[in-house]
Structure formats: structure tokens, C-alpha cells
Design a protein around this ligand. Sequence first.
Ligand code: HEM
Length: 220
Amino acid sequence: MNQPVSADILLVLRTETRDWHSQVEKLVPIFEAGFDIASYQRLLERFYGFYAAFEPAAGFEPDTVQSLQLRQMIPNCQERRKLPMLKDDLRWLGLGSRAVAQLPVCSMLPELSSAAALFGALYVTEGSTLGGQVICRQLSPSLHLSPGRGASFFNGYGVETGSRWKAFTSALCQFAAVSRGADLETVMVDSAIATFKSIALWLSPDQVTKEAPVDASIMA
Ligand code: HEM
């Protein structure tokens, strides 16, 4: 027999990932003293590396097989892409297109092999636009950034944030209500946790240090 799907899958996702949200919050230290424009650029570069891997895998690249599935799953797919916003911000901060294209890309993506797993991962990336609004408001007084002027990624969908989140969560709940797959809730929650873990690992200073290019001058 199929496992019953929780009436409130969103509540389950929020509760089960709460500790991971706290972990990633610590890795986005925008509210800490000493967080300057260089720290901000490093943070955006890491988010760029994550989304450069995640978006093609999830189906955000138009005209791919995965994009067909994604289009059927959630509304406004193309407007939800975060890579263009990250590129805009990095360019505004002075990074050329070639430098952006050479940024390290995340190699520790969660498994996105089913619609349930994809929904779990998208819960994390779409949910992050809610916190992004709070972060964006902080960037204006502290670093003098604003949407279109270095803070487009965190501004996300701007005034549309609430309605896009509602549209996404309705699609997720609808999927959970009609799907008959066994362990649907478990797959979604595991995938959301795996996505948080992947982001946490990718943003962690240890990971960044491991990838730092060797400075030839200190080898001489
Ligand atoms: C300093 C960093 C962050 C802050 C201050 C923050 C803050 C918040 C806030 C205030 C909300 C709730 C908004 C509301 O209920 O209206 C929220 C929701 C959420 N955030 Fe964050 N966030 C941060 C980083 C992130 C990151 C990096 C991710 C993942 C990539 C993330 C994922 C989520 C998710 C999935 C939700 C939706 C929770 C739900 O309602 O089910 N957050 N965040």
C-alpha cells in the first residue's frame, strides 16, 4: 500500500529542514560586522557556481528534455532562473564575462532523478527567494547596493516574490496530492535536505580553500 501523503507537505518540509536552514544562514553572513563588498562578491561567486550546475540539471535551460518536465511542473520557469541575475550582479561588481565563465562550478549536486526529488530541491531554491528579500533590504544601507545595481540575485522576484512562492507551493501541494508514488514525502524531504547540504558544503570556507588556485609566486 502507498504511504499516505501528509496533508501539509509544506509544514513537513519546513520542519524537517529547519536545522539545515540555520546552517546555511550562518554561511551567508550578510548581517555580520566586517561583511564588505569583497565578501559579498565571493558569496555571489559561490552562488553562481551552485546555480551554474543546478539550473541545467533541474531543467531551467530552455529546449532540453528536462525543461519540458520542469515546465509541466511549475509556472513561470524561465522567470525563475537565478543565473542571469547572478551574472548581472557579478558584472556590476566588475567581473568580466570570461572571469564569470571561469568560476568554479559545484560538483556536489543532489540527485534529481524523479519529479518528487526535483520538487524537494526546488522547495529550497524557491524558498530562498523569501529570505532574499530580507537580505536585499540589508544590502542597501550596508553596501549601497540595490536591485539592478549589484543586488538583483537577492532581490529575486521583487514584488512578485509572494505570488511566485504561492504559485510554486500550490504546484508542489497539487503534485503531492495526486501522485501515487510510494514514500513521496520521504523522497521530497530527503531531496530538500540533500539540496541544503549541497549548498552548505559548497558555501563552506573549507570547500573554498580547497579549490583556491595555487599561487605560483609562493612556489618560486
Ligand atoms: C542570511 C541568510 C538567510 C536569511 C536571513 C533567511 C531568512 C529567511 C526568512 C525570513 C524566511 C521566511 C520568510 C517568510 O516566511 O515570509 C526564509 C524562508 C526560507 N528560506 Fe531562507 N534565509 C537565508 C538564506 C537562505 C538560503 C541560502 C536558502 C537556500 C538556498 C534558504 C532557504 C529558505 C527556504 C526553503 C525558505 C522557505 C521556508 C518555508 O516557509 O517553508 N534561505 N528564509
